[in-house]
Design a protein around this ligand. Sequence first.
Ligand code: C2E
Ligand code: CA
Ligand code: CA
Ligand code: CA
Length: 278
Amino acid sequence: SAKEQGIELNRYAHAMQMKAQERLQLENDLRKALARGQFYLVYQPQVNLQSGLIVGMEALVRWHHPQRGSVSPAEFIPLAEESGLIVPLGEWVLREACAQNKLWQEAGYRKLCVSVNLSMRQFRHSHLLDSINSILRETGLEPAWLELEITESMTFDKDRAFEQLHKIKEIGVHISIDDFGTGYSSLHYLKDLPIDRLKIDRSFVNEIMEDSNNAAIVSTITSMAHHLQLKVTAEGVENEEQMMFLRNQHCHEAQGYFFGKPIEAADFEQRFLRDIDK
Ligand code: C2E
Ligand code: CA
Ligand code: CA
Ligand code: CA
């Protein structure tokens, strides 16, 4: 009946309002989180598939919310992006990751490259370069040990991306395309933009063995990367079969639960660095 429909609509409106309120609350909490020291980084190993050696790690941010506990970046990164908070947060992540990498290098471990994710807003920000420069200076990390991950969507505005990426490359920092194959971007940018690496999205890697289309996509991306003289990393490797497949395809590097989940710095050092040649 019309009355029942009215009640349904009311319920819906109420639920929507709750969602909006929750979101607003989360955004408010997010605003304070940086000053309150509620963010921390976890690190996931990146492995060279020929040598089996660890060559780097991706830094991933986590938010320890006082009431909700650990909030996933999938939930708060979009919020941070919309509110502009991603700029100071992203800068914090970059500083923290560079400082940690430098600490490990000074402890005498074999040098590794740290990868840091950039968001669209950060990438577009006019102060990005100053910020990278001053963080490298402050922490003393050599630029060659830092890699910045951007996504295909950030290359839409090709001229702008070109300018920004060139400046980053000039410093000596590496650049990779994250989640490669999932963006609706043309491949045009690949030949003109100064990028070093493609990271094959884990949605393709996940089902390499089950779905021959995925296997075809992964080997095609890998061989394209070779032809373009780009490095290639497979994301989301969860088992030995996938690892073997990728190795046979001459994929350079891999990352995924098979090698290790992202963990905090102290655990990462214990588990992955303790035994590597000093
Ligand atoms: P991403 O950059 O593609 O990061 C890889 C994500 O895949 C991570 O999720 C990681 O935990 C997960 N992962 C790694 N190996 C496996 C695997 O074998 N199986 C499965 N199922 N998952 C795997 P996480 O840490 O939840 O991050 C999600 C996304 O949030 C990231 O995707 C990235 O887009 C964003 N993000 C995380 N940290 C930052 C940051 O500091 N800045 C920015 N801008 N974005 C970030
Ligand atoms: Ca990434
Ligand atoms: Ca990715
Ligand atoms: Ca992503």
